[in-house]
Design a protein around this ligand. Structure first.
Ligand code: ADP
Ligand code: MG
Length: 556
């Protein structure tokens, strides 16, 4: 000030800025906090979290990505961890907790290096080198499935992914179901095997128990027939898919029809009836006995359809119609006028089944064998929701392995192999990167450590035992949470897709290095509620404001 120099304002007033070590430490702390929050859910002995959203809705889950999606994190670095979990979920459908916990641990280890004045760029480089090496180790230890339909192995993989979910008691049953479902959608695309689980339709109906969950080889429409007199079962149905309403069009303008004698009313109503009847006749002539319509159907039309022994549902979702079109070979018809028997589709059977108060319509034995659905049942909404998440994970891991053909040993065994290999690798690298590679080795040990902690075991003892077992070339040694001992996890059938491991390494390293390299956080001034109110007032009352100004001199 005294020097006469005015400070140069580059940033808007109110902008918050953290630089250097402060910025980095804040980011690291926030990211570690997120990782620590999900750490206790990891593994078969992980605990659940109960999340209550602002509307009071409750979610009880053990699923990393679900927890992070539900909680409202504020800090930008914490948000990056949430993104990391989402990426992991999109790429493999499992391993979200692992990826987040690993990223958190990489950052925790990095803090020590930063304290020792190792530059963040060096740490990042070291972490990248370590990641490449770690993926090589995974690949070297990976086991190939002997055949794409090795159901026994696939089921074990499904069970491992479910063992940490609340549905663990129904694992056998759901595991079989997941494998069967994925096997029915596998296809060859070029020389690649593809198992896109988006082709598996999931429908939930409260009631019964998880054991009543079933795999339907076909499509389920979450609706019932529009008229109680319609048949409940049709063999080899001839299906019409309509995108035209079976209703009399209401005029856009308010029209008044003046009818002066009773016969006139009769005539008017007869006209309406005739049109609706005409619709039904067209459908019948084309040979259809099932009508699934995206638009509305008049009650009178429903009545005629029922009288003709036909089955019809109105307002079927567009996505359902598209699925039905693929599955039954029916074409979605935009105008009834064009309907011919060629556009109809067919299936083995159509059946309406009652579940409590409402009913669902099943179209089974479809022409396209890749049309499958899973109907999840369960006593409460929460049970169903967790079963859905467990199924999502198991369908994902089975499809990962079917597509890639490789799996690795879980329960911390692969992580310990990586740690061992990285320690050897570090000494060959030299330089300061070596320190980062060593830190990476320490960080991956967080996986068996967290499994042990959550299982109520002493993590230090377990780590010591694990390190010596792996040094003695017992590469499948992991944590057996039942006995509390270090055991061969392959024998215990704890196996998981290699993709889950490689992706977890990739996304954790990406997130950690990104956070490490930030040394300047410039945050725009947050908009407070008062600011918003003021802005709204200014925008809404432009004219009034001027009037107020005009009045000011008078007030003075
Ligand atoms: P994520 O969201 O990362 O999938 P999970 O809670 O599903 O987290 O836990 C996965 C971890 O639990 C994996 O490391 C897996 O190998 C391990 N795991 C699964 N089943 C067992 C088991 N029976 N014994 C020991 N570890 C297991
Ligand atoms: Mg999992």
């Amino acid at each position: 000030m005294m020097g006469g120099q005015t400070p140069i304002l580059v940033l808007k007033e109110g902008t918050k800025r953290d630089t250097g070590r402060t910025a980095r430490d804040n980011n690291i702390q926030a990211a570690i906090a997120v990782a620590d929050a999900v750490r206790s859910t990891m593994g078969p002995k992980g605990m659940d979290k109960m999340l209550v959203d602002s509307m009071g809705d409750v979610t009880i889950t053990n699923d990393g990505v679900t927890i992070l999606k539900e909680v409202d994190v504020e800090h930008p670095a914490a948000k990056m961890m949430v993104e990391l979990a989402k990426t992991q979920d999109n790429e493999c459908g499992d391993g979200t907790t692992t990826a987040v916990v690993l990223a958190g641990e990489l950052l925790r280890q990095a803090q020590d290096l930063l304290d020792a004045n190792v530059h963040p760029t060096i740490i990042s480089n070291g972490y990248r080198m370590a990641a490449t090496e770690a993926k090589k180790v995974l690949k070297k230890n990976a086991i190939d499935i002997t055949a794409t339909d090795d159901r026994k192995v696939l089921k074990r993989i499904a069970k491992t992914s479910m063992s940490s979910k609340g549905t663990a008691s129904s694992m056998e049953y759901l595991g079989d179901l997941a494998v069967e479902a994925v096997m029915s959608i596998v296809e060859k695309v070029g020389d690649r095997t593809q198992a896109d689980i988006d082709n598996i339709q999931i429908i939930k109906k409260q009631g019964g128990s998880i054991r009543d969950t079933e795999l339907i080889k076909g499509i389920i429409v979450d609706k019932e027939a529009g008229n109680a007199g319609m048949p409940k079962y049709i063999e080899h149905p001839r299906i019409a898919l309509l995108n035209q309403a079976l209703e009399i069009k209401k005029t856009e303008v308010d029209a008044k029809i003046e009818i002066t004698d009773p016969l006139g009313i009769r005539g008017f109503l007869d006209d309406e009836e005739a049109t609706l009847k005409g619709f039904v006749d067209t459908l019948k002539q084309a040979g259809a006995n099932v009508v699934l319509c995206q638009k509305g159907i008049d009650d009178m039309a429903f009545h005629y359809l029922a009288k003709n022994g036909m089955f019809a549902i109105a307002r079927v979702k567009k996505s359902d119609l598209e699925k039905l079109s693929k599955a039954t070979g029916a074409e979605i018809v935009n105008s009834l006028k064009d309907l011919t028997s060629k556009q109809l589709g067919t299936a083995g059977a159509l059946e309406e089944r009652k579940f409590g108060k409402d009913a669902l319509t099943f179209i089974t034995g479809c022409r396209n064998p890749r049309a499958v659905s899973i109907l999840i049942r369960g006593g409460t909404e929460h049970v169903i929701a967790e079963a859905e998440r467990a199924l999502h994970d198991s369908l994902s891991v089975v499809s990962d392995v079917v597509e890639d053909g490789t799996y690795v040993v879980g329960g911390g065994a692969s992580a310990m192999e990586i740690a061992l290999a990285l320690r050897n690798f570090a000494s060959t690298v030299g330089g300061r990167e070596q320190m980062a590679i060593d830190a990476f080795a320490k960080a991956v040990e967080v996986i068996p450590k967290a499994l042990a902690e959550n299982g109520g075991l002493d993590p230090i003892n377990i780590l010591i035992d694990l390190r010596s077992a792996h040094a003695r070339k017992q590469r499948n040694a992991g944590v057996d949470l039942k006995t509390g001992k270090v055991t061969d996890m392959l024998k215990l059938e704890v196996i998981e897709p290699m993709r889950v491991g490689t992706q977890a390494i990739d996304s954790a390293v990406d997130a950690a290095t990104m956070i490490l390299r930030i040394d300047d956080v410039i945050a725009a001034k947050g908009i407070s509620k008062e600011d918003m109110a003021r802005a709204a007032q200014a925008a809404g009352g432009g004219g009034g404001g001027m009037g107020g100004m005009g009045g000011m001199p008078g007030m003075m």
